[in-house]
Design a protein. Sequence first.
Length: 192
Amino acid sequence: MISFSTLESIIRDYGYWALIIGTFFEGETILIIAGLSAHLGLLQLPYVILIAFIGSFSGDQFYYFIGYFKGRELLQKHLKWKNRVERVNKHIERYRNLVMLGFRFVYGMRIATPFVIGMSKKIKTTHFFILNAIGAIIWSVVVSAGGYFFGYALEGFMKDVKHYERLAIIIIIITGIVLFVIHRYKAKKTLG
């Protein structure tokens, strides 16, 4: 079993790297953990927000350009994606700007939405760039702050959080890993 001091050291040494990689691909769980780690003093909240923004923004730009340049070709190879693409297109047609600002908050739509937006070529790259940046800022602040203030909630439920800190961090990390593995399994199964 990993000691608490070893876990603290791992988070301090590699937490920001894990955060940028995690937010590039999906990131809700890792960002909540990073926010909680900031509350515990292992990471700095302003850096957590900045790195989450960079990872989220660059990841979604990447998926947009994959859709823009290779979307139709990839859709022909993966016919199972067709239903998801149609569903995203309906939302884009109806709520264009809101979808571009808020897709990060909808579980399972993070990668599909910028891909479909790029593939449709109905939205200019600069328009997506600006709304993607605004959405990434909002998401980074809200989710990391949620993790940060979750730490306060833990303190409210426990009189002496220091006694339970180790257990809480280990449970949160294990839960995050399990959720990430489940999400990846479902994504692979759905996308073929």
